[in-house]
Design a protein around this ligand. Structure first.
Ligand code: AMP
Length: 373
């Protein structure tokens, strides 16, 4: 997919450039003051800022932060982000939270015009926000010369390349809690990949479709027939053993009960929360011979050490494999960090929702806007 690059903006010396970034970073109170607790997204934008400054441009960034619902809310002010940015680079301005105006999420053209008014050029470096048709993403490219930032371009190239020309065998791993959210992408992957591994809470809709008992494990009864179609392809691999806790026993933070191991079926009164050791071995074996792996979603409740073994096994199998490994954002990115294998991954996507939508539909509203469509 061709996206206009910074070079295509021509000579930008003396020009005022507006950069849409995704600085929707975690904040926490320290000594009575809000501070940025993870600045990965901010640091990722620095090469672009430096490049623009080196070309003589004056750089202003803009972002959303949290969900202030279209009005100014003190706790969603970008002030802590601005202070942090100032410690990393000189001379980059940061506008106040875009979502303080209802025009941003409403994709209001007049808000976009006002936003763009003082600038000569626009750069979209907010991959993680480009699946949303919001004013700061959609309107500027219709008004002033616009380009894709390098991170956005790289992210798009990597993810679309996966679907068009992957090194085979191409193995996809889908996990996490919500079948409804991930069934669309799972269908695309079953079509494109040589094997699709399904773990996490999603797996039990597949179990139920096969007539297995699942106790109180997560299930989406409305998706059973779609799941049966996927199973019929023969390319879907699901768990055969699991770890489960009695229904209602706390997990996540503070639980102490030892999980019980089940093979094939989960009885009433139990909820399955991680893949078991035999499944972990089988999945690791599939990953061992893969040429490309795309991973989205954990195999279990990995935030709880009692239920982390399955996700850890997948992370470790990926870290020791020769495969090109692409981790699709959100929870899986957190998991590879937690298990210390992030550096061994080929690519970690920053935009959870955006990366899934790009893989599923092959395009995003913000990319269409940059292409002038
Ligand atoms: P998602 O947002 O759909 O990617 O889901 C991620 C969440 O799924 C993580 O917080 C996991 O704790 C959770 N999860 C993974 N496996 C299970 C499971 N078997 N049952 C319930 N939640 C799960």
């Amino acid at each position: 997919m061709h996206l206009p690059s910074i070079d295509e903006l021509g000579d930008i010396a003396g020009k005022r450039v507006l950069v849409r970034v995704d600085f929707n970073v975690p904040l926490a109170e320290r000594n009575g003051k809000m501070v940025v607790t993870d600045d990965f997204r901010i640091r990722s934008a620095l090469p672009l800022f430096r490049d623009l400054q080196a070309r003589g441009a004056e750089v202003t960034a803009c972002t959303h932060l949290g969900r202030p619902q279209g009005e100014p809310v003190e706790k969603y002010s970008v002030n802590p982000v601005r202070e942090h940015l100032d410690t990393l680079i000189d001379g980059v301005h940061l506008l106040e939270n875009l979502r303080f105006s209802p025009g941003e999420e409403g994709n209001d053209r007049s808000f976009g015009i006002e936003l763009t008014d003082s600038y000569d050029c626009y750069v979209n470096e907010a991959f993680g926000a480009s699946h949303r048709a919001h004013a700061s993403i959609m309107v500027p490219p219709t008004l002033i010369p616009s380009a894709a930032g390098p991170n956005l371009a790289h992210e798009v190239e990597t993810l679309t390349g996966l679907l068009t020309n992957p090194r085979r065998p191409f193995v996809a791993i889908v996990g996490g809690a919500k079948v409804a959210d991930k069934l669309g992408i799972t269908k695309v992957l079953v079509d494109k990949a040589d094997a699709v591994i399904v773990g996490g809470g999603m797996a039990f809709t597949f179990w139920k479709a096969m007539g297995r008992t699942i106790g109180d494990s997560l299930v989406d009864d409305s998706r059973i027939s779609e799941v049966l179609e996927l199973l019929a392809t023969g390319r879907v691999h699901i768990p055969d053993d699991v770890w489960a806790l009695p229904t209602g026993s706390p997990f996540g933070a503070g639980g102490t009960e030892t999980p019980t191991h089940f093979t094939g079926n989960v009885p009433d009164g139990f909820m399955a929360l991680d893949i078991g050791p035999s499944t972990a071995l089988r999945f690791a074996e599939i990953l061992g011979s893969a040429g490309t792996v795309l991973w989205n979603g954990p195999m279990g409740v990995f935030e709880d050490p009692r239920l982390a073994a399955g996700t850890r096994a997948v992370a470790e199998a990926l870290s020791s494999s020769e495969a090109i490994s692409v981790v699709g954002g959100g929870d899986s990115a957190a998991a590879v960090e937690q298990f210390g294998v992030a550096a061994q991954m080929s690519f970690i996507s920053t935009g959870g929702g955006a990366s899934l939508e790009l893989l599923e539909f092959g395009d995003l509203p913000g990319l269409r806007a940059l292409r002038g469509e």
